[in-house]
Unconditional design. Structure first.
Length: 163
């Protein structure tokens, strides 16, 4: 689906919220879209369609997406904090605009945060090294079945389904 196809599905309120965010930082849109396309390409290559389910591959995808957005925005800002703030705003908004069941939404938000936490350590690494690191994290990811369980894994990726 194209960005325009997705945008047509949003309500006026959703489009308004997205527009406000985009207008605040217009120079961050292209790096964000680039990171999103690259994330999807990598995940399609590594995991085929399984990264669309709520398994380890999905956890990997969310963490990678956040790291790549941070990395791309950092190239513009040269400021880690600004990169992290933008990435959180845009990925949190994504979760609000395209809602999931509560446990799946928590999983996505949690894994987004884990990606941002790792950005500081990985920001100067190659894409291959980032992918290798996150693949290891995905193997060690913790399965959760209730929202409260995620609190026990503040430094680990989490997933819901074996895929």
């Amino acid at each position: 689906m194209t960005i325009w196809g997705l945008a047509r599905q949003f309500s006026f309120k959703q489009l308004f919220r997205l527009s406000l965010l985009v207008l605040q930082k217009p120079f961050f849109i292209n790096p964000t879209l680039k990171a999103t396309r690259r994330t999807m390409s990598i995940c399609n290559s590594l995991y085929a369609n399984s990264h669309h389910k709520n398994g380890r591959a999905n956890a990997f995808r969310h963490a990678l997406w956040n790291i790549l957005i941070c990395q791309n925005v950092f190239k513009i800002t040269q400021n880690e904090e600004k990169s992290l703030i933008w990435t959180q705003k845009i990925t949190d908004l994504h979760e609000k605009l395209i809602p999931n069941e509560p446990l799946a939404e928590l999983m996505d938000l949690h894994n987004n945060e884990i990606g941002r936490k790792h950005f500081s350590l990985l920001k100067n690494n190659s894409e291959e090294r980032i992918i290798s690191f996150l693949k290891e994290c995905a193997v060690k990811a913790k399965k959760i079945s209730e929202i409260e369980e995620a609190k026990n894994y503040k430094n680990d990726l989490v997933y819901i389904l074996e895929a």
